[in-house]
Design a protein around this ligand. Structure first.
Ligand SMILES: [Zn+2]
Length: 312
């Protein structure tokens, strides 16, 4: 059932809307059903989650009898951004994921954040799907802060995802959707995968299957659970950031998501006008390359890659 879950009147006589598709078990009392919220499109330039929402809805449409709880799917939280290919909320130029928990009395982005928190709070689990930005490609990963890792790790493991990045940067995360929900007791996982403005079909299919597995594990879907591949977890090692020392065009030498050895060539930065190689970039450690520069133009300081080096 597709419904408008949020409607805010805009000054120009239009409305800001968030739509959801609700699936639930027809044989059980609605109050007794566990609710799961699948959220995407908080950033308007991230589209991988759109396809995950489609895949889930398509499957649920054909397997109504397997549904034992409420599954709410919100493909486009920042609907204005998605409609106008804008990461932030258009006209305000505000990143929606930096204004949580929001406020009813404040400007439009804060009103949207407040309404989203109210809507999703109380879910047994929420999954917030992001797809990096147009500059960086990410392997499928769940990110969580140390504070909530104990409750969230078992859920993340049921998704069959490649990598779990547990980090401590709480000051940066406090204004996010996930932090607001987790601090209110609603378990919320953040998935990052792929690249902005694109759809990586393989990642989306795998995540949709992983979400079905998680739903089975918590009793919302009546399907057999599977032993999916276990993620590498960042607790037992170190994340290395590799930034550019010069400006130019980045040409990668390796595929994404590769195990790299210390000293392997990751890529080079070249100068189109002079024909010179400005910089060769080597891996500082053995590990998994989980982030790689997608957009080729770089400046001094641009992020080129992130590598997770396991402590051996
Ligand atoms: Zn995002």
């Amino acid at each position: 059932m597709i419904v408008n879950s949020l409607n805010i009147e805009l000054p120009v006589g239009e409305n800001f809307r968030i739509r959801k598709n609700r699936y639930c078990c027809e044989d059980l009392n609605i109050e007794e059903q566990k609710r799961v919220s699948i959220v995407s499109g908080i950033h308007g330039d991230e589209l991988e989650g759109q396809y995950v929402c489609f895949l889930l809805s398509e499957w649920l449409n054909n397997n109504q009898d397997k549904i034992k709880g409420i599954i709410d799917i919100y493909p486009a939280m920042n609907s204005l951004g998605i409609d106008s290919i804008t990461r932030s909320i258009p006209f305000y130029n505000v990143d929606l994921n930096r204004v949580f928990p929001g406020n009813k009395e404040d400007f439009l982005p804060a009103q949207i954040a407040d309404a989203i928190v109210e809507e999703i709070s109380g879910s047994a689990v929420a999954i917030d799907i992001h797809s990096s930005n147009i500059f960086l490609r990410e392997i499928p990963q769940v990110r969580m802060s140390q504070q909530y890792s104990e409750e969230l790790l078992p859920l993340a493991k049921s998704l069959g995802i490649d990598f779990v990045w547990i980090h401590d940067a709480v000051t940066v995360l406090e204004a996010t959707f996930a932090h607001s929900l987790n601090s209110r007791g609603t378990k919320t996982l953040v998935v990052e995968m792929g690249v902005g403005m694109r759809v990586t079909t393989e990642y989306c299919i795998n995540l949709a299957n992983g979400i079905k597995n998680m739903l089975a594990q918590i009793g919302v879907l009546d399907i057999p659970t599977k032993e999916l591949k276990q993620p590498i977890i960042s607790q037992n090692g170190q994340v290395y950031y590799i930034n550019s020392d010069s400006a130019g065009l980045f040409i990668p030498s390796i595929e994404h998501c590769e195990y790299v050895k210390k000293g392997d060539l990751i890529g080079k930065i070249v100068a189109p006008i002079s024909g010179k190689i400005e910089q060769e970039i080597f891996s500082p450690a053995d590990g998994v390359l989980f982030t790689l520069r997608e957009y080729p133009i770089v400046y001094e300081g641009s992020l080129i890659a992130r590598i997770f080096g396991e402590n051996i």
